[in-house]
Design a protein around this ligand. Structure first.
Ligand code: S3P
Length: 173
């Protein structure tokens, strides 16, 4: 079976959907991975610490390395971090998988990021602690066409409920 990858901007609901699929026990033989969680495991630090202490370039290299490593297997479903489309190597790997883009209006994404407990350094201005909507929107707009271009399927997670999304994924497994 082809691998399934969930892509989309911060706050799109990639990890939430993956965890719901795991919780409902409905993945059959598919193995589920959250790419950021896998990076954290291997680096023994959380993503915020990796980016703030080791730098964004180091994080991006790790992200590509772990993504490539996971995709040596088949029958996977992987929730990726929002920046997965930033590397040409990653995009090539996305194209070999069933790529699902989870989208939502940028205002909704920003509010979800504010409400979540995860530290997302890329939603802030450099050297600032507060999340910054303009910075967030600028990054979102710079990536939107990449998400769309590489998607086999697109779902709006603001309009569609989690149960609907789970059923859509199950149709592919
Ligand atoms: C990032 C998104 C984050 C995480 C890291 C970088 C990005 O994942 O990988 O903070 O570049 O958009 P989520 O999309 O799960 O927030």
């Amino acid at each position: 079976m082809k691998n399934i990858v969930l892509i989309g901007f911060m706050g799109a609901g990639k990890s939430t959907l993956l965890n719901a699929l795991i919780e409902y026990g409905s993945l059959d033989s598919r193995k589920a991975y959250d790419l950021d969680a896998e990076i954290e495991l291997r680096c023994k630090k959380n993503i915020g610490e990796i980016i703030e202490e080791e730098g964004l370039l180091f994080f991006r290299q790790k992200e590509t390395e772990v993504f490539q490593d996971l995709l040596r297997q088949s029958d996977l479903i992987i929730a990726c971090g929002g920046g997965i489309v930033e590397s040409v190597e990653n995009v090539k790997l996305l194209q070999q998988s069933i790529c699902i883009f989870l989208e939502a209006p940028v205002e909704v994404l920003f509010q979800r990021v504010i409400d979540s407990k995860t530290n997302r350094p890329l939603a802030k201005k450099r050297n600032e602690d507060e999340y910054n909507f303009l910075e967030f929107k600028r990054l979102y707009e710079s990536r939107l066409s990449l998400y769309r271009k590489n998607a086999d399927l697109i779902y709006d997670t603001h309009k569609m409920g989690i149960k609907f999304l789970i059923n859509e994924i199950l149709k592919l497994t």
